[in-house]
Design a protein around this ligand. Structure first.
Ligand SMILES: Cc1ncc(COP(=O)(O)O)c(C=O)c1O
Length: 361
């Protein structure tokens, strides 16, 4: 057996601990997961209704062209259907984008720290991810652009950035776009787009016309609450979209996900409830962190990084014993920090109470 060298370099992605695993390992029943930036409100009742009616249809392959879903997305965003592509989560689209543009010894540029899957997908193609230090916990976009060289194929702008929750502002983005060579692909990963309330956040769809090297990624996993169904999408110029659609497997977006995503897009009321609840939770957690004297990074997403100034592995384990799953910062190279997703108010309160107890010990 000959495994490709690129694969040998890969490490297994460490996802948030699943609830069932914690139940099994610790014999606990009442568990809350604030580790994977999922939607604590579930999904729209309209999605649930749409899914119910599909149980007798799963013997059929889904529509390989994703026609209805692409049409809904295109209408929602005001773009042409030819600009849209979908797949099994935006995670799979990140891999697809790398398979389109990255060859052996090519480079991609990302923040240090940013979404790990950019590096994994680059390495899988035999390339190298160049990581640029952050500035005030945000992406240093100027330094990222300055790092472009003849080997650079992709620059990853994760905004809001996972795990810091910071955005690239309009001024920052507009000041660097023209400095990026047209043969370098700009990926705007906007997985947390819907949660953003900062007016300085740029709307990128109108930029696609001018920057034909830009790809925008979004997902149904976060604000729409469909993480378990695996459906992500993106928009780019027609040529890039066509190539992505060619490389993505014909049936990667499953039949249930397609219908559920269409129903999710139609339920604006649910989406606005999700955004309001998230903003409320964000303010509550800021207030509590201030009360506890803990440093935190202001976030435009559905998670917040908080500095416990203690051993984050230990705090993570203590919270786990109390039935609360979070993400320890050492995984991102941020020792002492925790990344905690914003839950329902009840979950947020329980988490703060337990965190306070642990820190007092
Ligand atoms: C920044 C970012 N991009 C992409 C993804 C992938 O999301 P999905 O594959 O569920 O669409 C995530 C998931 O956590 C993320 O944080």
């Amino acid at each position: 057996m000959k495994i490709r060298d690129a694969v040998l370099k890969l490490k297994l992605y460490q996802a948030g601990k699943p609830i069932e695993e914690v139940k099994r390992e610790l014999g606990l029943d009442d568990i809350i997961k604030l580790a994977s930036n999922e939607n604590p409100l579930g999904c729209s009742p309209k999605v649930q209704e749409a899914i119910k009616n599909l149980s007798d249809k799963v013997n059929l392959y889904p529509d390989a062209s994703n026609y209805e879903l692409k049409k809904s997305i295109a209408q929602n965003l005001g773009v042409k259907i030819e600009n849209v592509f979908c797949s099994t989560g935006s995670d799979s689209l990140i891999r697809t984008i790398c398979s389109l543009f990255v060859d052996s010894n090519d480079e991609t540029i990302m923040g240090d720290v940013s979404f790990q899957r950019y590096e994994d997908s680059t390495v899988l193609m035999g390339g190298k991810a160049v990581k640029i230090p952050m500035i005030n916990n945000a992406l240093d976009v100027k330094a990222m652009v300055n790092a472009i060289n003849e080997r650079t194929r992709i620059i990853w702008f994760c905004t809001p950035n996972n795990p810091t929750g910071t955005i690239i502002t309009k001024d920052e983005l507009y000041s660097i776009l023209d400095l990026i060579p047209r043969d370098v692909i700009i990926v705007m990963d906007e997985a947390y787009y819907e949660y953003v309330t900062d007016e300085n956040y740029p709307q990128t769809i109108p930029l696609l016309e001018k920057y034909e090297n830009m790809i925008i990624l979004r997902t149904f996993s976060k604000a729409y609450g469909l993480a378990g169904l695996r459906c992500g999408y993106g928009v780019a110029n027609e040529e890039i979209a066509r190539y992505i659609n060619t490389v993505v497997g014909p049936f990667d977006t499953n039949l249930i996900a397609q219908k559920a995503a269409i129903a999710a897009l139609e339920d604006k009321e649910f989406l606005s409830k999700v955004i309001d609840e998230n903003s409320r939770g964000r303010e509550y957690l800021y207030k509590e962190y201030k009360r506890l004297g803990l440093e935190y990074i202001e976030s435009q997403a559905n998670f917040i990084m908080v500095n416990t100034k203690k051993d984050d592995k230990e705090i993570f384990n203590e919270l786990l014993k109390r039935g609360i799953i979070v993400r320890p910062g050492y995984l991102f190279g941020m020792n002492g920090w925790l990344r905690v997703s914003i839950g329902t108010m009840e979950q947020n309160e329980r988490y703060i109470k337990e965190l306070e107890n642990i820190l007092k010990k």
